[in-house]
Design a protein around this ligand. Structure first.
Ligand SMILES: C[S@@+](CC[C@H](N)C(=O)[O-])C[C@H]1O[C@@H](n2cnc3c(N)ncnc32)[C@H](O)[C@@H]1O
Length: 229
């Protein structure tokens, strides 16, 4: 694993216990709703096998389970601490929790009807490889559905940027008890690709029918894309 990825892994291992609370505060309780939307997009077509990458505490995996109670669902992450929290939350039956690095997925080609993830892409050292891996493990016709943060744009962008720089590290200090981890969150969001550039990355990986929906004044996006076939 590259040094950048080990450092991200250590960051998430460190904040796992307070992650869900912080997420609710930072998104004004919208995160759960967005995860439901991601799960609905992933299960819109008939299917049985689902992979939620960067599952963290497993919110999207559990939303998929609500949509597809008899589906085969894997929640995968490279933070053992996040997976430990996921395993302890109620309503997990039928979900298999598994260690996996998104750069090198331990799954066969064409294995899943849908791959989902929340806040994965801005954290990885090799975005192209991560998208190629998702393309590889999806069945032809399968979909990827993802929630991702996005740098603010438009006339309100300077105000939103300033707000993020103040509010998130402050919450990270008072509630998350790890200011550097939440400073990293702000920096990685503000430094991430614009939606136009991320769309190109999906296209280069071979995806088609790429759609993006803006949330929370453009700071969050829900992406869907399809593997041809
Ligand atoms: C911000 S959390 C999001 C968790 C969850 N998807 C959600 O929406 O609440 C990001 C997760 O991505 C995981 N992650 C980051 N890079 C990864 C990688 N290369 N492979 C697997 N998981 C990764 C982290 O361990 C962390 O659990």
């Amino acid at each position: 694993m590259r040094n950048e990825d080990s450092s991200v892994q250590a960051t998430f291992n460190g904040i796992a216990r307070r992650y869900d609370l912080m997420n609710r505060l930072m998104t004004l309780n919208s995160h759960a709703r967005w995860c439901k939307e991601v799960a609905r997009a992933a299960t819109a077509r008939p299917g049985h096998s689902y992979l939620d990458l960067a599952t963290g505490t497993g919110v999207i995996a559990r939303c998929i389970r609500a949509e597809r109670p008899s589906g085969a669902i894997i929640g995968a992450d490279f933070s053992e601490s996040m997976l430990d929290v996921a395993r302890q939350i109620e309503g997990n039956s039928g979900i298999e929790w598994q260690f996996a690095d998104a750069h090198e997925l331990p799954f066969e080609d064409n294995a899943f009807d849908a791959v989902t993830h929340g806040y994965l892409l801005r954290n990885v050292s090799d975005l192209d490889q991560v998208l190629n891996e998702q393309f590889r493990v999806l069945k032809p016709g399968g979909v990827v559905a993802a929630l991702e943060s996005s740098p603010p744009r438009g006339i309100l962008a300077p105000f939103i940027r300033t707000g993020m720089k103040i509010v998130i590290p402050t919450l990270g200090t008072l509630i998350g008890r790890d200011r550097p981890a939440y400073q990293y969150l702000v920096d990685s969001t503000l430094g991430f690709l614009t939606p136009q550039k991320l769309r190109l990355k999906f296209e280069e990986a071979g995806f088609q029918n790429i759609h993006v929906t803006s949330k929370f004044m453009g700071t969050n996006m829900i992406w869907t894309a399809r593997k041809p076939g």
